[in-house]
Write a protein that binds this ligand. Structure first.
Ligand code: HSE
Length: 426
């Protein structure tokens, strides 16, 4: 059996996990798929990482030329993250006919077209299962298992860090800052957590998944994005009273060719399947025109879970003489196909003067903007001013209508502060 040479760009957490899986599963992969994977070169500055895995230093360097000039290397797996030097290196590999497997969501999201064109030119494959939701096989599900469907909707918890933080806030009644500190101490959140907490990571993934699902490029700038740093323990506790759980969701919909894509915190019913996804776990709920609803659940990060997706792509690429191409690469969603003013139900919490006429004044403003209320809750005054909290939940309404109503409410003399506005997804 001829060996399939593999190179690894980086030997950090996922690179090391990938190496361990390739070694551990080598005999099984040979037996079942007739593919003998052999790691021929690793690009890594820190040789001690290779030593720890028993890898000969002779195959470790910092020079991409060592990979480009080695004709035995057919597949290059990238773990650098970020745009450069990953982009330049991968384009060179693709043009040389070496297939690329990557977990780099930012690169795939922002530069897919250039990478795919280089892959086509070089006759190589470009595979990125690990870029979205780590070990959960969401891309293969969309591209292979769901071919017989039009995808109507993607709704998912596609960032483990924020799910861990929101789960801690909910379980322990603690505020965002404390939950973030714990997540950082335990290694779930980075020292600079903004890629996760501000929703960028989830937006990259939603852009990739939506482009695959709707066969049209949904670029990052078409994904509405809001992070979790304004969420308070109080909102989560009130949501619980209404039978709702708070999650950071990635949601995209294709309604008769009109596309909407958004990442933001949202309340969901406690009995929604996504509500039970706790801690750092991820899950994606898909609605297909024929299969109906399906949900995938699992680890969205980590050495072995993400390594599992990488090795699956390596095996997939190794078994191909003609590589898979994605139709969406040249077809971009048009402005006219984009729903920017989407509809949702809303939870609104405000601090108000506890006096006669306040409720009718505020309801009047909502009514003026066509916002219909389903539920109102007043909690007794708890602060020194004697202000009370008023919580409203609306019927489905346009984003534009709610924004306009809130702007007017903020100016009302009976309102101290509009504390939070959170979408409610059913
Ligand atoms: N930082 C991501 C998360 C994992 O928290 O889910 C990699 O995308």
């Amino acid at each position: 059996m001829k060996k399939t040479g593999v190179a690894l760009l980086g030997l950090g957490v996922v690179g090391s996990g990938t190496y361990k899986i390739i070694v551990g599963q080598r005999e099984k992969i040979k037996k079942i798929y007739g593919i003998d994977l052999s790691v021929e070169h690793i690009l890594e500055r820190d040789k001690s990482k290779a030593e720890a895995l028993g890898i000969s230093p002779s195959i470790v360097s910092t020079d991409i030329e060592n990979i480009l000039k080695n004709d035995d290397i057919k597949i290059v797996a990238e773990f650098f993250g970020g745009i450069e030097p990953a982009k330049t290196f991968l384009i060179k590999c693709l043009l040389k006919g070496k297939s690329v497997v990557t977990s780099n969501k930012e690169l795939v999201c922002k530069h897919f077209k250039e990478l795919e064109h280089a892959a086509k030119k070089g006759g190589a494959g470009l595979y990125f299962e690990a870029s979205c939701v780590g070990g959960v096989p969401i891309i293969r599900t969309l591209t292979d298992a769901m071919q017989a469907n039009d995808i109507k909707e993607i709704k998912g918890i596609i960032n483990g860090t924020t799910n861990y933080i929101l789960s801690s806030m909910s379980n322990d009644g603690i505020d965002y800052a404390d939950a973030l500190k714990t997540a950082q101490r335990l290694g779930y959140a980075e020292a600079d957590p903004t890629a996760d907490t501000d929703g960028y990571d989830a937006a990259y993934k939603l852009s990739i998944l939506s482009s695959l699902a709707y066969d049209k490029h949904i670029p990052l700038e078409c994904v509405y994005r809001e992070g979790i740093n304004k969420i308070t323990a109080e909102d989560i506790a009130i949501g619980k009273e209404f039978g709702m759980t708070l999650k950071l969701l990635g949601i995209s919909k294709n309604t008769d060719g009109k596309i909407e894509a958004r990442v933001h915190p949202a309340f969901i019913d406690d009995n929604h399947p996504l509500a039970s996804v706790k801690g750092s776990f991820n899950a994606v709920h898909l609605a297909g025109s024929n299969v109906g609803d399906i949900m995938l659940y699992g680890r969205g990060a980590g050495d072995l879970p993400t390594g599992s997706a990488i090795v699956s792509d390596i095996i997939f690429a190794a078994g191909k003489t003609t590589h898979r191409r994605f139709g969406f690469v040249d077809e971009r969603v048009k402005r006219s196909d984009l729903i920017s003013d989407f509809s949702s139900e809303y939870y609104i919490r405000m601090r108000v003067k506890d006096k006669a006429g306040t409720l009718s004044k505020i309801s009047g403003i909502f009514g003026k903007f066509g916002v219909s209320i389903t539920t109102v809750l007043q909690t007794p005054p708890t602060d020194a001013n004697g202000d009370a909290s008023l919580i409203f939940i609306t019927h489905m309404t346009k984003e534009k209508a709610i924004s306009a109503a809130i702007e007017t409410i903020k100016k009302s003399d009976c309102v101290g502060e509009v504390c939070n506005v959170i979408r409610v997804e059913r």
